[in-house]
Design a protein around this ligand. Structure first.
Ligand SMILES: Cc1ncc(C[n+]2csc(CCOP(=O)(O)OP(=O)(O)O)c2C)c(N)n1
Length: 262
């Protein structure tokens, strides 16, 4: 596929910092859409506010760049009024799980037929690096200058508990796996949640002693553990290293969904 066909050339250059992982996630999502054979005029992107939420503005389809935390209510409106449309939500960890947390659990509960891609950089990127609900224990941010004292939300487990039909987590390192997961999410009726861990060199990396972009990508890679292996270890009563990123498919089920085209 040609990415040029999907990007609004007149909106370039984009706002992302050098080394940002968001572009990788957007490309993987567009690749999955291309493999699905979705037409541009049938596909709508919806986002909230944040660096990650800027993504729809660079794509040629119709899109909604909405208010902070409200991507899912807007996406719900689009899907319920036009179920034949394919609706993809781009969001960030702050947008989805802090100000938008309530909307997230209820969209999963209703199991609305949406594909939700969360670029989790573990920080508020756009506003200069405040801690978010996914900032790891001990991590530095402008609001946690001595290291975050709070445990981080596990967004995938949250989506499962709330009722989403498809849930997986990958990272900006796992390009092929992530593309496949997004596609599988698109194929699954109901709410599909795909969490993509991304590096944020400017606001997370610099503060947390990743001197180079690649250092952070390598950290993400080396801390990733397949879910099967993780579950096995847990069953045996074993321990996993701190800040392990559990990756893979978490659930693929067929709870009754809303907004599925007849
Ligand atoms: C109602 C409201 N509160 C606060 C803000 C300020 N604000 C803009 S983006 C953002 C955080 C975004 O974080 P995240 O969703 O993780 O996205 P990122 O920029 O890291 O991709 C905040 C708090 C806002 N725009 N609107």
């Amino acid at each position: 596929m040609s990415y040029e066909d999907w990007y609004r050339q007149d909106r370039l250059p984009h706002i992302y910092c050098a080394g940002c992982g968001n572009g990788t996630i957007i490309n993987c999502t567009l690749e999955a859409i291309d493999e699905m054979g979705w037409k541009k005029e049938e596909t709508v992107f919806v986002s909230g506010i944040g660096c990650s939420s800027r993504a729809p503005g660079y794509i040629v389809t119709d899109s909604l760049h909405t208010t902070h935390g409200r991507a899912l209510p807007f996406a719900t409106g689009v899907k319920m009024s036009r179920p034949e449309f394919h609706v993809v939500v781009f969001t960030g960890d702050g947008d989805l799980a802090a100000i938008g947390g309530n909307h997230f659990i209820h969209a999963c509960r209703r199991n609305i037929d949406l594909t939700v891609v969360c670029m989790n950089n573990q920080i508020y990127g756009m506003t200069g690096g405040q801690g978010s609900p996914t900032t790891p224990l001990g991590a530095l941010s402008t609001t946690t200058p001595f290291g975050s004292a709070e445990p981080a939300f596990d967004l995938c487990e949250l989506a499962i508990a709330a009722g989403a039909n498809y849930v997986s987590r990958w990272t900006s390192y796992h390009v092929k796996e992530l593309t496949k997961a997004v596609k599988k999410g698109m194929e699954t009726p109901g709410l599909s949640f795909i969490e993509a861990m991304v590096q944020c060199p400017t606001n997370y990396g610099r503060r947390n002693k990743f001197k180079q972009v690649l250092d952070q990508v390598e950290y993400i890679r080396s801390h990733s553990m397949m879910r099967q292996k993780y579950l096995q270890l847990m069953e045996q009563g074993g321990a996993v290293p701190d800040n392990t990123i559990v990756v893979g498919e978490f659930i693929n089920r067929a709870r009754p969904a809303m907004g599925v085209p007849r």
